[in-house]
Design a binder for this molecule. Structure first.
Ligand code: PLP
Length: 410
């Protein structure tokens, strides 16, 4: 039975493992199955392949190989970073993060609050940007760490990491950034950024799922999160995921080689998709600032329609995209990112994220642009009052919501 063609517009969720990466990994899933910590050569010869991969991922972010700690995912890297800062500064019990972080930070922050820590979730502006003055004045003598994402996974909006790092440095506070969405889309240079800790996840850059890393700047005090063996120089217990580490290294090579193409070809396709949707489908707006933004991400509000319904119908024609809605109590909660930006829950429930990547083509964009308008039309016809008689970009809403619409429609 032939497999249905997939038109994949969900590269912020995960990415394809290309043949080059799989090929690099295969020996460690077949013949080379030893344990790198073993005393004998059949096992310990694998250690040099781990170190080789460490050099490659370090090169991706301009770090020293010894500053890289392999983890299991971006979530673990984020949790590790924040917990390490708290445990190495026991007198400091305050953490600053933002209201639009990935749940890896939001939920961990809420967990910390239950443990008696104080966590500030900084609000964002209607275009998704951060008030740096507010960030600066929120730093207190007992702040252990500021953890702010670089690129938002839902909107692609970028925070000014270099400026935030400079503020944290001037206040003597550690700074961690969740850069999980960045590799392959923007160049990363930890030295010029000035961050103390930075998280990446392999599966967002064409490595397999289940591998991540935490950059820990030299001389930063560190406390492991996964406690066990001596692996990763005592910074993360657990037998190494050799195949995935090697795949991560190979993917880092590929991503570095392709970054300029990603930045121009993918941006052009994203812009064509976004502009065509906004111009061709009534009652649509882009959510979040146009710039600075990841070159591959577009988040569009389709007023009067539920994103989940759009996604189901897109799936029927082979298109993969996503919404930020989360199913918590059996009902769909609107995205915490979009509501933090001031979108009303009903508008936020109509937002769809399209995230392009290296394997997208102009033909994919054409296909989506052919199939999306009739889907929206069909859904709106089923709920005709939703957008009827409303002028474009004008909706009954809170003042903040109106502001969000105005900014997004610029
Ligand atoms: N941070 C961001 C910004 C993400 O987009 C994701 C995944 O979507 C994560 C963290 C979590 O990464 P992982 O799936 O590797 O745990």
């Amino acid at each position: 039975m032939g497999q249905k063609t997939i038109y994949y517009f969900d590269n912020n969720a995960t990415t394809r493992v290309p043949p080059e990466v799989l090929e690099a990994m295969l020996p460690y899933l077949t013949d080379e199955w030893g344990n790198p910590s073993s005393a004998y050569g059949f096992g310990n010869r694998l250690a040099k392949h781990i170190e080789h991969a460490r050099q490659k991922v370090a090169a991706l972010i301009n770090a020293e190989p010894r500053e890289i700690v392999f983890t299991s995912c971006g979530t673990e890297s984020n949790n590790t970073a924040i917990q390490s800062c708290l445990l190495t500064h026991p007198g400091k019990r305050h953490v600053i993060t933002t209201a639009v972080e990935h749940s890896a930070n939001i939920k961990f922050g809420q967990f910390l609050q239950k443990q008696g820590y104080e966590v500030t979730f900084l609000p964002v502006e209607p275009d998704g940007s951060l008030d740096l003055h507010l960030l600066e004045t929120s730093i207190r003598p007992d702040t252990a760490v500021v953890s702010v994402m670089w690129a938002n996974n839902e909107t692609g909006v970028l925070f000014p990491i270099e400026e935030i790092a400079a503020i944290c440095l001037s206040k003597g506070v550690l700074f961690h950034t969740d850069a999980v969405q960045v590799p392959g889309k923007l160049k990363i240079d930890v030295k010029s950024l000035g961050v103390d800790l930075l998280s990446l996840s392999g599966h967002k850059l064409h490595a397999p799922k289940g591998i991540g890393l935490l950059y820990v700047k030299r001389r930063t005090k560190f406390q492991p999160y996964v406690i066990g063996g001596h692996q990763e120089r005592g910074k993360r217990g657990g037998t190494e995921n050799v195949a995935s580490i090697v795949g991560f290294g190979r993917a880092a090579d590929l991503v570095m080689a392709r970054i300029d193409e990603e930045n121009s070809r993918v941006r052009r396709m994203r812009d064509r998709l976004e502009n065509s949707i906004l111009a061709g489908i009534p009652h649509t707006i882009r959510t979040g600032a146009r710039d600075p933004r990841l070159p591959n991400t577009s988040n569009i509000a389709f007023d009067g329609v539920e994103a989940e319904a759009i996604l189901v119908l897109l799936d029927h024609v082979g298109v993969c995209a996503s919404s930020g809605s989360a199913c918590t109590t059996g009902a769909l909660d609107p995205s915490h990112v979009l509501t933090a930006m001031g979108l009303s829950p009903s508008r936020a429930r109509g937002c769809v994220r399209f995230s392009l990547g290296f394997y997208n083509s102009d033909a994919d964009v054409d296909y989506l642009l052919e199939h999306l308008p009739p889907i929206i039309q069909r859904l709106r016809a089923m709920a005709p009052t939703a957008t009827a008689d409303r002028p474009r970009h004008k909706h009954p809403s809170t003042p903040k919501h109106d502001e969000a619409a105005r900014v997004a429609a610029d």
